[in-house]
Design a protein around this ligand. Structure first.
Ligand code: A5A
Ligand code: ZN
Length: 480
């Protein structure tokens, strides 16, 4: 069963802002544009997401580090393409107290430059490679496109950036593929469907040889970039003179990669799964996995609470995060709304009839279906239900993405899909940059790039723009 989606189809922004505020995930009332606050409930969600990400990185040879927030101007300027693009987005620290600084300091917009400066000191010979580190920090970007809570921030607070160095381009390529696998697992854990595309030349990361991006589809028909993997080749190592000693005694510049994720993934998680009642969280992300709402009538309080405690004990024993909502000043109905808003995957209601029948009433957040299960079954049925909700969320979201992906060889038809925000259109392309830019103009959307996760035979197909032989296909959509 699909949740009601009509409301947010046309009013997604309103829906999103209201939900993150009311569910206390993110408070965007802080008086600086593009900067918000994580209250306790949001922080718990965020920590669960971070812990999944960290586990995946730690298991694949990455080590956590912490680099400074400040980057001296001359270091940020060392790689010319990098600063060329970031120039307009950097926040500068120019004063120390009342004194103007002789050397301007940048608030990091990302850390390639700071890290390369240290890699030069750390990497000596081939045994130091491959080298893989990551950090989860805040970065600052003076974004000029419309800022959005969690989606386009000026202070990004959950910026996970991984940086690697390798002896050969081949190894760097291998790392790119490995990073893609890590991100696939990460998004699967979050039940977020994704498309993987190689960004066109004109939209790659500043200083990269090429960029692979993960995009998801938001309920309003626009796509959101939720992660990127960059092969930086020797662009940064040359600028920073990071070399290693080869076994044959000669020196060579290292090859580097970087890949990043931010709290945008939490925005995507909320947007993709949420409904008119609020958040819908997979259990591995939910701060509370099962909430218990007692429904005692006069005189039955003791037996009802006794059963509640028995159920809690069983669920805690199998490692679940359980919460008993025993507030007396609000009605059970109000509690239902409250926990639905917060996205708790399962609600267990316990009243006198449940006590009499030795069972409980369980309500699942994804479909809002209720069913009765016996006390004896709790231990096995609750984990099964939680897992089933996750499966359903993933399948439902994937289906939604598929249903909103189209193939078109006709300019007018493709433009209609993008313009009416029906989703993503895949079109044949000759590979020429001017043509690509014309496609963006005609479709009034952005080229996401060449799909890496779609097999489409372009034999005999013609470029949607110029009619020449198509070399490949590209995805186009409205974007955030
Ligand atoms: N150093 C590399 C990894 C880098 O900075 N890549 S990036 O610019 O593409 O950013 C990585 C990811 O961070 C993006 O894919 C996007 O999901 C997220 N991100 C970038 N700018 C953001 C912003 N202003 N607000 C929220 N998330 C942002
Ligand atoms: Zn063309």
């Amino acid at each position: 069963m699909d949740p009601p989606r009509e409301k947010w189809k046309n009013k997604f922004n309103e829906w999103f802002r209201e939900v993150i505020y009311k569910a206390e995930v993110y408070d965007y009332r802080y008086p600086v544009k593009g900067i918000g606050v994580w209250p306790p409930y949001g922080m718990k969600i965020r920590n669960n997401v971070i812990s999944i990400l960290k586990d995946l990185l730690n298991q694949t040879g990455h080590e956590e580090v912490l680099f400074p927030l400040l980057i001296p101007e001359e270091i940020l300027r060392k790689e010319s393409e990098h600063i060329e693009k970031f120039e307009d987005e950097v926040f500068w620290v120019t004063y120390g107290g009342r004194k103007k600084l002789e050397r301007k300091l940048a608030l990091r917009p990302t850390s390639e430059t700071a890290i390369m400066e240290m890699l030069k000191l750390w990497i000596k010979d081939h045994t130091d490679l491959p080298f893989r580190i990551y950090q989860i920090v805040n970065v600052f970007r003076y974004e000029t496109k419309a800022t959005q809570p969690m989606i386009r921030l000026r202070e990004v607070t959950m910026f996970k950036e991984a940086h690697t160095a390798h002896a050969t381009m081949e190894d760097a390529e291998k790392q790119v593929r490995s990073a893609i696998e890590i991100y696939k697992k990460f998004f699967d854990e979050l039940c977020i469907p994704y498309m993987i595309s190689q960004r066109p030349e004109w939209d790659k990361f500043a200083g990269a040889v090429y960029t692979i991006a993960f995009d998801t589809l938001m309920p309003d028909g626009r796509t959101l970039q939720i992660g990127t993997v960059h092969n930086l080749g020797q662009n940064f190592s040359r600028a920073f003179e990071v070399t290693y000693l080869k076994p044959d005694g000669t020196h060579e510049f290292v090859y580097t990669t970087s890949y990043g994720i931010s709290e945008r993934v939490i925005a995507a998680l909320i947007a993709v799964h949420g409904d008119d009642h609020g958040l819908v969280l997979p259990y591995n992300i939910a701060p509370i996995q099962v909430v218990i709402v007692p429904i005692p009538y006069k005189g039955t309080e003791n037996t009802v609470f006794e059963l509640c405690n028995r159920v809690i004990k069983v669920l805690k024993e199998i490692g679940l995060r359980v919460y008993l909502d025993d507030r007396e000043d609000i009605t059970p109905g109000e509690k239902f709304y409250y926990w639905e808003l917060k996205g708790v995957p399962l609600r267990i209601e316990i009243g006198p009839r449940d006590v009499a029948n030795n069972c409980v009433t369980v309500s699942r957040r994804d479909t809002l279906e209720r069913k009765v299960i016996s006390i004896a079954e709790i231990k096995t049925k609750i984990p099964e239900l939680l897992e089933d909700i996750r499966r359903n969320l993933r399948a439902r979201a994937r289906k939604w993405l598929q249903q909103h992906t189209f193939f078109s060889e006709k300019l007018e038809e493709a433009a209609n899909i993008v313009n009416n925000r029906k989703g993503i259109v895949v079109v044949p392309w000759c590979g020429d940059t001017d043509c690509g830019l014309n496609i963006e103009d005609s479709l009034e959307g952005s080229v996401l790039g060449i799909p890496l996760d779609l097999e489409i035979n372009v034999k005999g197909k013609r470029c949607i723009m110029c009619g020449k032989e198509a070399k490949t296909v590209i995805r186009v959509s409205k974007t955030y």
